[in-house]
Unconditional design. Sequence first.
Lengths: 74, 491
Amino acid sequence: MANIMIQRGAKSDYVFYLPKRDLEDAIVSMEFDTPEKWGGEIRLNNGGSYYIEPQAAPAKLPISLRAKRLDAAE
Amino acid sequence: MSALTREETEALIQEVLEVYPEKARKDREKHLMVNDQSIEQSKKCITSNRKSLPGVMTVRGCAYAGSKGVVWGPIKDMIHISHGPVGCGQYSRAGRRNYYVGTTGVNTFGTMNFTSDFQEKDIVFGGDKKLAKVITEIELLFPLNKGISVQSECPIGLIGDDIEAVSKKAAKEIDKPVVPVRCEGFRGVSQSLGHHIANDAIRDWVLPRRDTQEFAGTPYDVAVIGDYNIGGDAWSSRILLEEMGLRVIAQWSGDGTIAEMEMTPNAKLNLIHCYRSMNYIARHMEEKYSIPWMEYNFFGPTKVAESLRAIAAHFDDKIKEGAERVIAKYQAMMDEVIAKYKPRLQGKRVMLYVGGLRPRHVIGAYEDLGMEVVGTGYEFGHNDDYDRTIKDMGNATLIYDDVTGFEFEEFVKRVKPDLIGAGIKEKYIFQKMGVPFRQMHSWDYSGPYHGYDGFAIFARDMDMTINNPCWGKMIAPWLKPAEPEALKAAA
């Protein structure tokens, strides 16, 4: 499990940030993206993927979350 | 010598790598690249923020340098205890030229060195008692300090002292913030982790202190973050922001105070100059206090104007108008500077190797003077720094991460730049090789370089260095090839 931050990006909808590794990347797909159910498996532009427990969409971004690493790019 | 082509640059990298043993070559290869502007993501072609190879000459610092030297050190009204043996504090004392206003030793302490001076017995029996004593003594001798930070040196982590407990207790006793910072030098691969640790300490120990306090804010409050006031940089930036109608409520951390930092959550916009060392706290404030942040670049008139407009875009028409007014006001002065120095510097080629923000930020300033940056690199940058650099650099230029002494020398021998901008550790090597050099960490005892006023000084300094007559006198008179008779007669 890793602490991550999700924020709004200029180009893409969401930007993923992993402070521990200073990894900032665009999120290319998110499994659930509705107000009621939000999260699930997220894919990054660099090929990595993480899993966030599906939850209600956050009221405001950025938000810090716990995420599970499914597949890191490096 | 004309610019190298892509193939030549690639060949140069291979040639330089040849001397390494196989394993080292493989590792170093990942840290060197030829720039290609079409690349979106740097990590496909350059690796950064990795441990330096043992045996190569790196110029990186340690986590303590990143925390005490960069982030915490310039906070002028706090006393920063270098907790551990005496050397770390003494040899980093006042070297970074973070200017400040105040009476040193009375209400400001920027250039002083406070240390707990560890001896063998402190390592064996623990240094917590000594730290408590140091804090009490400081409070007695310097009652006007506004707070104390404990900057750990390596032994503190190794012997497992509980500086947090001592700090909490002392903070109650002296009724001032006492901030323990776990920035032991061995943490991380470079000073970069020190920045992060320092940011986290500010987040946990400083920012929440005045969360409930009232603040007479205006819609134009901004905070300047990541400007360390080297040679007065923050001052020459601040006047521009104030002239365009903004109110700067905090300076982090050059000429900064702890009160300003505690008040920063009231800002409407955080302006980040050094992204590498302060983005962590900006991200935190964005999440907790909903303060947007943006990077800006105050090197050279083109980038200053660009940044002023980008900053103004976050505010109403009054500020936008103010930005245009400021740009127009200084335009004549800038034209004069460029008219004077551009003919003397046109076409000169520069190689940079610095830390933090400069490898990409100063490119614009050189371009304003008609100069070209042909190689750049970060001591401790991460991939997001390189992502940003690729766009600013020309195609087929060299980019090197954590370059070793050998590689840098070889690159310089082949690329033959007219100027090198790097740190003090490189300075005398290259000067002895006969290459003009500017120390770009603390502006070679000059500055400021930020803002419009800074650019005039920057241009003068570059001219002074490159066109210095000493570079023609590198060969002893008796070793020079004989002058033609005609010239001798004329003289």
